[in-house]
Design a protein around this ligand. Sequence first.
Ligand SMILES: Cc1cc2nc3c(=O)[nH]c(=O)nc-3n(C[C@H](O)[C@H](O)[C@H](O)COP(=O)(O)OP(=O)(O)OC[C@H]3O[C@@H](n4cnc5c(N)ncnc54)[C@H](O)[C@@H]3O)c2cc1C
Length: 343
Amino acid sequence: MEIQEYVDIKNYSTFKIGGQFRYFVVISSIEELSQIYVIAREDVKYKNTPIFILGGGSNIVFSDGVINVVALKIEIKGFEIINETDEYLDIRVGAGENWDDFVKRSVEMNLSGVEAMSIIPGTVGAGPVQNVGAYGVEVKDIILNVEVFDKNINEFKILSNLDCKFGYRDSIFKNEEKDRYIITYVIYRLSKKEPRIPNYPDVLKYFADKNLLNPSLENIREAIIFIRNSKLPDFRRLPNVGSFFKNPIIENILADKLKENYLNIKIFPIDENYSKIPAGWLIENAELKGKSFGNISVYDKSALVLVNNNNASFDDLIYAKNEIIKIVFDKFKITLEQEPEIV
Ligand SMILES: Cc1cc2nc3c(=O)[nH]c(=O)nc-3n(C[C@H](O)[C@H](O)[C@H](O)COP(=O)(O)OP(=O)(O)OC[C@H]3O[C@@H](n4cnc5c(N)ncnc54)[C@H](O)[C@@H]3O)c2cc1C
Protein backbone atom coordinates (compact mmCIF):
# COMPACT_ATOMS: atom_id res chain seq x y z
CA MET A 1 0.00 0.00 0.00
CA GLU A 2 1.58 3.22 -1.18
CA ILE A 3 0.45 6.67 -0.09
CA GLN A 4 0.89 8.96 -3.11
CA GLU A 5 0.97 12.76 -2.95
CA TYR A 6 -0.50 15.47 -5.20
CA VAL A 7 -2.42 13.08 -7.45
CA ASP A 8 -4.37 14.54 -10.40
CA ILE A 9 -8.10 14.26 -9.78
CA LYS A 10 -9.08 14.47 -13.45
CA ASN A 11 -7.95 10.84 -13.86
CA TYR A 12 -10.44 9.77 -11.19
CA SER A 13 -13.49 11.84 -12.12
CA THR A 14 -15.91 11.12 -14.97
CA PHE A 15 -16.44 14.92 -15.22
CA LYS A 16 -12.69 15.49 -15.74
CA ILE A 17 -12.87 18.51 -13.44
CA GLY A 18 -10.76 19.00 -10.32
CA GLY A 19 -7.27 19.75 -9.01
CA GLN A 20 -5.22 17.31 -6.96
CA PHE A 21 -5.72 15.03 -3.97
CA ARG A 22 -3.13 15.92 -1.30
CA TYR A 23 -2.80 12.20 -0.48
CA PHE A 24 -4.12 9.21 -2.41
CA VAL A 25 -4.09 5.48 -1.62
CA VAL A 26 -5.51 2.48 -3.47
CA ILE A 27 -7.20 0.10 -1.00
CA SER A 28 -7.40 -3.48 -2.30
CA SER A 29 -8.35 -5.42 0.84
CA ILE A 30 -10.02 -5.01 4.22
CA GLU A 31 -6.60 -5.50 5.84
CA GLU A 32 -5.28 -2.44 3.96
CA LEU A 33 -8.37 -0.53 5.03
CA SER A 34 -7.75 -1.15 8.76
CA GLN A 35 -4.05 -0.43 8.26
CA ILE A 36 -4.64 2.98 6.68
CA TYR A 37 -6.87 4.00 9.59
CA VAL A 38 -4.10 3.15 12.05
CA ILE A 39 -1.68 5.24 9.97
CA ALA A 40 -4.19 8.11 9.67
CA ARG A 41 -4.69 8.09 13.46
CA GLU A 42 -1.09 7.72 14.57
CA ASP A 43 1.19 9.23 11.94
CA VAL A 44 1.61 12.98 12.56
CA LYS A 45 1.88 13.57 8.80
CA TYR A 46 -1.72 12.50 8.13
CA LYS A 47 -3.31 12.95 11.56
CA ASN A 48 -5.25 16.12 10.82
CA THR A 49 -6.15 15.34 7.23
CA PRO A 50 -9.72 14.15 6.62
CA ILE A 51 -10.23 10.82 4.86
CA PHE A 52 -12.31 10.79 1.67
CA ILE A 53 -13.75 7.65 0.07
CA LEU A 54 -13.61 7.38 -3.72
CA GLY A 55 -15.24 4.83 -6.01
CA GLY A 56 -15.39 5.50 -9.75
CA GLY A 57 -15.80 9.29 -9.32
CA SER A 58 -19.03 9.32 -11.37
CA ASN A 59 -21.23 11.08 -8.84
CA ILE A 60 -18.91 13.69 -7.35
CA VAL A 61 -17.85 17.17 -8.44
CA PHE A 62 -14.32 18.09 -7.36
CA SER A 63 -13.04 21.63 -6.91
CA ASP A 64 -9.79 22.93 -8.40
CA GLY A 65 -6.51 23.34 -6.49
CA VAL A 66 -5.20 20.93 -3.88
CA ILE A 67 -7.94 19.17 -1.92
CA ASN A 68 -6.58 18.45 1.53
CA VAL A 69 -7.76 14.86 2.02
CA VAL A 70 -6.38 11.35 2.15
CA ALA A 71 -8.41 9.88 -0.74
CA LEU A 72 -8.99 6.14 -0.38
CA LYS A 73 -9.74 4.63 -3.79
CA ILE A 74 -11.70 1.48 -2.91
CA GLU A 75 -10.63 -1.42 -5.12
CA ILE A 76 -11.70 -4.35 -2.94
CA LYS A 77 -12.61 -7.10 -5.43
CA GLY A 78 -14.64 -10.30 -5.11
CA PHE A 79 -17.64 -12.22 -6.44
CA GLU A 80 -18.62 -15.13 -4.23
CA ILE A 81 -21.82 -17.21 -4.11
CA ILE A 82 -22.65 -17.61 -0.43
CA ASN A 83 -26.11 -19.20 -0.51
CA GLU A 84 -28.34 -20.90 -3.08
CA THR A 85 -31.92 -22.16 -3.19
CA ASP A 86 -34.18 -23.23 -6.08
CA GLU A 87 -35.44 -19.65 -6.30
CA TYR A 88 -32.46 -17.41 -5.67
CA LEU A 89 -28.73 -16.98 -5.24
CA ASP A 90 -26.97 -14.76 -2.69
CA ILE A 91 -23.76 -13.19 -3.98
CA ARG A 92 -21.14 -11.26 -1.98
CA VAL A 93 -19.52 -8.66 -4.22
CA GLY A 94 -16.44 -6.52 -3.45
CA ALA A 95 -17.09 -2.77 -3.16
CA GLY A 96 -14.38 -2.05 -5.73
CA GLU A 97 -15.91 -4.17 -8.48
CA ASN A 98 -17.14 -2.24 -11.50
CA TRP A 99 -20.93 -2.05 -11.24
CA ASP A 100 -21.65 -2.99 -14.84
CA ASP A 101 -19.21 -5.94 -14.77
CA PHE A 102 -21.37 -7.27 -11.94
CA VAL A 103 -24.60 -6.67 -13.90
CA LYS A 104 -23.17 -8.35 -17.02
CA ARG A 105 -21.99 -11.36 -15.04
CA SER A 106 -25.39 -11.74 -13.31
CA VAL A 107 -27.19 -11.64 -16.67
CA GLU A 108 -24.78 -14.22 -18.09
CA MET A 109 -25.58 -16.46 -15.09
CA ASN A 110 -29.29 -16.03 -15.88
CA LEU A 111 -29.98 -14.24 -12.58
CA SER A 112 -32.48 -11.39 -12.57
CA GLY A 113 -32.70 -8.27 -10.42
CA VAL A 114 -29.99 -5.95 -11.73
CA GLU A 115 -30.51 -5.98 -15.50
CA ALA A 116 -32.51 -2.69 -15.53
CA MET A 117 -29.46 -0.99 -14.00
CA SER A 118 -27.14 -1.97 -16.88
CA ILE A 119 -24.26 0.38 -17.75
CA ILE A 120 -24.68 2.75 -14.81
CA PRO A 121 -21.09 3.94 -14.26
CA GLY A 122 -19.24 3.47 -10.98
CA THR A 123 -18.51 0.81 -8.39
CA VAL A 124 -20.57 -1.73 -6.46
CA GLY A 125 -19.64 -0.03 -3.16
CA ALA A 126 -21.18 3.30 -4.13
CA GLY A 127 -24.52 1.70 -5.05
CA PRO A 128 -25.99 1.67 -1.53
CA VAL A 129 -24.80 5.25 -0.83
CA GLN A 130 -27.43 6.89 -3.01
CA ASN A 131 -29.56 3.75 -3.52
CA VAL A 132 -28.69 3.74 -7.19
CA GLY A 133 -31.57 3.03 -9.52
CA ALA A 134 -32.91 3.16 -13.06
CA TYR A 135 -36.07 2.23 -14.96
CA GLY A 136 -38.09 1.65 -11.81
CA VAL A 137 -35.57 -0.61 -10.02
CA GLU A 138 -33.24 0.36 -7.16
CA VAL A 139 -30.39 -1.51 -5.49
CA LYS A 140 -32.44 -1.59 -2.29
CA ASP A 141 -34.76 -4.11 -4.02
CA ILE A 142 -32.00 -6.73 -4.19
CA ILE A 143 -29.59 -5.85 -1.35
CA LEU A 144 -29.61 -8.31 1.53
CA ASN A 145 -26.76 -6.89 3.63
CA VAL A 146 -23.99 -4.33 3.40
CA GLU A 147 -20.60 -5.05 4.97
CA VAL A 148 -18.86 -1.96 6.31
CA PHE A 149 -15.90 -0.66 8.26
CA ASP A 150 -17.19 1.53 11.10
CA LYS A 151 -14.73 4.41 11.53
CA ASN A 152 -16.21 5.37 14.92
CA ILE A 153 -15.21 2.09 16.56
CA ASN A 154 -12.61 0.80 14.06
CA GLU A 155 -14.52 -2.43 13.49
CA PHE A 156 -16.05 -4.31 10.59
CA LYS A 157 -19.84 -4.76 10.79
CA ILE A 158 -22.75 -6.11 8.75
CA LEU A 159 -25.75 -3.83 8.20
CA SER A 160 -29.08 -5.26 7.10
CA ASN A 161 -31.11 -3.77 4.25
CA LEU A 162 -33.39 -2.12 6.85
CA ASP A 163 -30.42 -0.66 8.79
CA CYS A 164 -29.44 1.26 5.63
CA LYS A 165 -32.80 3.18 5.65
CA PHE A 166 -32.92 3.35 1.86
CA GLY A 167 -35.06 6.02 0.25
CA TYR A 168 -35.24 7.62 -3.19
CA ARG A 169 -31.51 8.21 -4.04
CA ASP A 170 -30.94 8.17 -0.31
CA SER A 171 -29.60 6.10 2.59
CA ILE A 172 -27.90 6.51 6.00
CA PHE A 173 -24.55 6.63 4.15
CA LYS A 174 -25.56 9.97 2.61
CA ASN A 175 -27.28 11.45 5.64
CA GLU A 176 -27.36 10.55 9.32
CA GLU A 177 -24.25 8.33 9.18
CA LYS A 178 -22.36 10.26 6.50
CA ASP A 179 -18.59 9.66 6.77
CA ARG A 180 -19.02 6.91 9.38
CA TYR A 181 -19.04 3.75 7.24
CA ILE A 182 -16.86 2.50 4.42
CA ILE A 183 -18.64 -0.12 2.38
CA THR A 184 -16.42 -3.17 1.80
CA TYR A 185 -18.81 -5.78 0.35
CA VAL A 186 -22.46 -5.83 -0.71
CA ILE A 187 -24.57 -9.00 -0.55
CA TYR A 188 -27.26 -9.26 -3.23
CA ARG A 189 -30.10 -11.73 -3.57
CA LEU A 190 -30.69 -12.37 -7.27
CA SER A 191 -33.63 -14.35 -8.60
CA LYS A 192 -33.68 -17.47 -10.77
CA LYS A 193 -37.24 -16.66 -11.85
CA GLU A 194 -38.19 -15.44 -15.33
CA PRO A 195 -37.37 -11.73 -15.70
CA ARG A 196 -40.07 -9.09 -16.04
CA ILE A 197 -39.91 -6.20 -18.49
CA PRO A 198 -39.17 -3.02 -16.48
CA ASN A 199 -42.42 -1.09 -16.24
CA TYR A 200 -41.13 2.09 -17.83
CA PRO A 201 -42.51 3.78 -20.97
CA ASP A 202 -39.28 3.70 -23.04
CA VAL A 203 -38.63 0.05 -22.23
CA LEU A 204 -42.24 -1.01 -22.86
CA LYS A 205 -42.17 0.79 -26.20
CA TYR A 206 -38.86 -0.86 -27.18
CA PHE A 207 -40.32 -4.35 -26.70
CA ALA A 208 -43.73 -3.45 -28.21
CA ASP A 209 -41.91 -2.20 -31.35
CA LYS A 210 -40.00 -5.47 -31.53
CA ASN A 211 -43.13 -7.48 -30.72
CA LEU A 212 -41.20 -9.32 -28.01
CA LEU A 213 -43.52 -10.28 -25.15
CA ASN A 214 -41.23 -12.51 -23.08
CA PRO A 215 -37.73 -11.14 -23.51
CA SER A 216 -34.71 -12.91 -22.01
CA LEU A 217 -32.45 -11.22 -19.48
CA GLU A 218 -29.96 -10.62 -22.29
CA ASN A 219 -32.74 -8.94 -24.36
CA ILE A 220 -33.60 -6.66 -21.41
CA ARG A 221 -29.95 -5.72 -20.91
CA GLU A 222 -29.66 -4.93 -24.64
CA ALA A 223 -32.80 -2.78 -24.47
CA ILE A 224 -31.51 -0.79 -21.51
CA ILE A 225 -28.11 -0.28 -23.15
CA PHE A 226 -29.79 0.86 -26.38
CA ILE A 227 -32.15 3.30 -24.59
CA ARG A 228 -29.44 4.73 -22.32
CA ASN A 229 -26.97 5.18 -25.17
CA SER A 230 -29.56 7.07 -27.19
CA LYS A 231 -30.16 9.54 -24.34
CA LEU A 232 -27.07 9.77 -22.15
CA PRO A 233 -23.58 10.87 -23.13
CA ASP A 234 -20.67 8.43 -22.80
CA PHE A 235 -18.50 10.02 -20.11
CA ARG A 236 -15.36 8.75 -21.90
CA ARG A 237 -16.18 11.01 -24.87
CA LEU A 238 -18.17 13.78 -23.20
CA PRO A 239 -17.21 13.96 -19.50
CA ASN A 240 -20.24 14.23 -17.16
CA VAL A 241 -21.66 12.99 -13.86
CA GLY A 242 -25.11 11.89 -15.06
CA SER A 243 -28.10 13.83 -13.70
CA PHE A 244 -26.81 17.15 -12.44
CA PHE A 245 -30.01 18.42 -10.79
CA LYS A 246 -32.53 16.82 -8.43
CA ASN A 247 -36.19 16.67 -9.40
CA PRO A 248 -37.73 19.52 -7.34
CA ILE A 249 -40.60 18.95 -4.93
CA ILE A 250 -43.11 21.78 -5.23
CA GLU A 251 -46.33 22.77 -3.48
CA ASN A 252 -49.50 21.59 -5.19
CA ILE A 253 -50.75 25.21 -5.49
CA LEU A 254 -47.79 25.96 -7.76
CA ALA A 255 -48.19 22.59 -9.54
CA ASP A 256 -51.82 23.44 -10.38
CA LYS A 257 -50.81 26.87 -11.74
CA LEU A 258 -48.12 25.29 -13.94
CA LYS A 259 -50.59 22.69 -15.25
CA GLU A 260 -52.90 25.53 -16.36
CA ASN A 261 -50.09 27.29 -18.22
CA TYR A 262 -48.25 24.29 -19.70
CA LEU A 263 -50.47 21.54 -21.04
CA ASN A 264 -47.56 19.15 -21.75
CA ILE A 265 -46.08 19.45 -18.25
CA LYS A 266 -45.19 16.23 -16.40
CA ILE A 267 -45.99 16.46 -12.69
CA PHE A 268 -46.05 13.50 -10.29
CA PRO A 269 -48.23 13.94 -7.17
CA ILE A 270 -46.57 12.90 -3.88
CA ASP A 271 -49.33 13.68 -1.35
CA GLU A 272 -52.11 16.23 -0.80
CA ASN A 273 -49.55 19.02 -0.35
CA TYR A 274 -46.62 18.27 -2.64
CA SER A 275 -45.71 17.08 -6.14
CA LYS A 276 -42.48 16.23 -7.94
CA ILE A 277 -41.56 17.89 -11.21
CA PRO A 278 -38.79 16.62 -13.53
CA ALA A 279 -35.82 19.00 -13.47
CA GLY A 280 -35.10 17.99 -17.10
CA TRP A 281 -38.54 19.25 -18.18
CA LEU A 282 -37.95 22.62 -16.46
CA ILE A 283 -34.51 23.06 -18.07
CA GLU A 284 -35.77 22.01 -21.50
CA ASN A 285 -38.79 24.33 -21.27
CA ALA A 286 -36.54 27.20 -20.21
CA GLU A 287 -35.00 26.62 -23.68
CA LEU A 288 -31.66 25.57 -22.28
CA LYS A 289 -31.29 22.14 -23.93
CA GLY A 290 -28.06 22.10 -25.95
CA LYS A 291 -27.11 25.58 -24.70
CA SER A 292 -23.46 26.27 -23.78
CA PHE A 293 -22.19 28.35 -20.90
CA GLY A 294 -18.49 28.63 -21.70
CA ASN A 295 -16.95 25.17 -21.55
CA ILE A 296 -20.03 23.56 -20.01
CA SER A 297 -23.14 22.61 -22.01
CA VAL A 298 -26.59 21.29 -21.27
CA TYR A 299 -26.52 17.96 -23.16
CA ASP A 300 -28.61 18.22 -26.34
CA LYS A 301 -30.34 14.83 -25.84
CA SER A 302 -31.00 15.10 -22.10
CA ALA A 303 -31.41 18.46 -20.39
CA LEU A 304 -30.64 16.97 -16.97
CA VAL A 305 -27.02 16.27 -17.86
CA LEU A 306 -24.26 18.88 -18.00
CA VAL A 307 -21.21 18.01 -20.09
CA ASN A 308 -17.64 19.25 -19.95
CA ASN A 309 -16.88 20.25 -23.56
CA ASN A 310 -13.33 21.33 -23.32
CA ASN A 311 -11.25 21.16 -20.20
CA ALA A 312 -13.74 23.13 -18.06
CA SER A 313 -12.66 24.39 -14.65
CA PHE A 314 -14.67 24.12 -11.45
CA ASP A 315 -15.47 27.85 -11.74
CA ASP A 316 -16.81 27.29 -15.30
CA LEU A 317 -19.12 24.64 -13.88
CA ILE A 318 -20.35 26.80 -11.00
CA TYR A 319 -21.00 29.68 -13.42
CA ALA A 320 -23.04 27.39 -15.73
CA LYS A 321 -24.92 25.86 -12.80
CA ASN A 322 -25.85 29.27 -11.34
CA GLU A 323 -26.97 30.60 -14.74
CA ILE A 324 -29.23 27.55 -15.27
CA ILE A 325 -30.70 27.86 -11.77
CA LYS A 326 -31.37 31.59 -12.34
CA ILE A 327 -32.98 31.17 -15.79
CA VAL A 328 -35.22 28.32 -14.55
CA PHE A 329 -36.19 30.31 -11.45
CA ASP A 330 -37.03 33.44 -13.48
CA LYS A 331 -39.34 31.38 -15.69
CA PHE A 332 -40.97 28.95 -13.24
CA LYS A 333 -40.22 30.32 -9.71
CA ILE A 334 -38.70 26.93 -8.85
CA THR A 335 -35.16 26.60 -7.48
CA LEU A 336 -33.14 23.69 -8.86
CA GLU A 337 -30.73 21.90 -6.55
CA GLN A 338 -27.54 20.15 -7.55
CA GLU A 339 -27.54 16.33 -7.20
CA PRO A 340 -23.85 15.27 -7.04
CA GLU A 341 -21.80 16.00 -3.95
CA ILE A 342 -19.11 18.72 -4.16
CA VAL A 343 -15.70 17.95 -2.62
C1 LIG B 1 -23.50 8.92 -17.59
C2 LIG B 1 -23.95 8.66 -16.18
C3 LIG B 1 -25.17 8.05 -15.94
C4 LIG B 1 -25.60 7.79 -14.64
N1 LIG B 1 -26.81 7.17 -14.46
C5 LIG B 1 -27.26 6.90 -13.22
C6 LIG B 1 -28.52 6.23 -13.03
O1 LIG B 1 -29.20 5.85 -13.96
N2 LIG B 1 -28.93 6.01 -11.75
C7 LIG B 1 -28.17 6.40 -10.67
O2 LIG B 1 -28.60 6.16 -9.52
N3 LIG B 1 -26.97 7.03 -10.82
C8 LIG B 1 -26.50 7.28 -12.06
N4 LIG B 1 -25.29 7.91 -12.23
C9 LIG B 1 -24.52 8.35 -11.05
C10 LIG B 1 -23.43 7.35 -10.60
O3 LIG B 1 -23.09 6.49 -11.67
C11 LIG B 1 -23.86 6.50 -9.41
O4 LIG B 1 -24.19 7.34 -8.33
C12 LIG B 1 -22.74 5.55 -8.96
O5 LIG B 1 -23.21 4.67 -7.97
C13 LIG B 1 -21.52 6.26 -8.41
O6 LIG B 1 -20.50 5.29 -8.26
P1 LIG B 1 -18.99 5.69 -8.08
O7 LIG B 1 -18.25 4.45 -7.73
O8 LIG B 1 -18.51 6.43 -9.28
O9 LIG B 1 -19.07 6.64 -6.82
P2 LIG B 1 -18.24 7.97 -6.51
O10 LIG B 1 -18.70 9.04 -7.43
O11 LIG B 1 -16.79 7.67 -6.47
O12 LIG B 1 -18.78 8.28 -5.04
C14 LIG B 1 -20.11 8.68 -4.81
C15 LIG B 1 -20.34 8.82 -3.29
O13 LIG B 1 -20.25 7.54 -2.69
C16 LIG B 1 -19.22 7.51 -1.71
N5 LIG B 1 -18.59 6.17 -1.81
C17 LIG B 1 -18.07 5.59 -2.92
N6 LIG B 1 -17.64 4.34 -2.63
C18 LIG B 1 -17.89 4.14 -1.31
C19 LIG B 1 -17.66 3.05 -0.41
N7 LIG B 1 -17.08 1.91 -0.80
N8 LIG B 1 -18.04 3.20 0.88
C20 LIG B 1 -18.63 4.35 1.31
N9 LIG B 1 -18.86 5.41 0.51
C21 LIG B 1 -18.50 5.31 -0.78
C22 LIG B 1 -18.26 8.65 -2.07
O14 LIG B 1 -17.55 9.12 -0.93
C23 LIG B 1 -19.27 9.67 -2.59
O15 LIG B 1 -19.89 10.30 -1.50
C24 LIG B 1 -24.81 8.18 -13.53
C25 LIG B 1 -23.56 8.79 -13.76
C26 LIG B 1 -23.13 9.03 -15.06
C27 LIG B 1 -21.78 9.66 -15.29
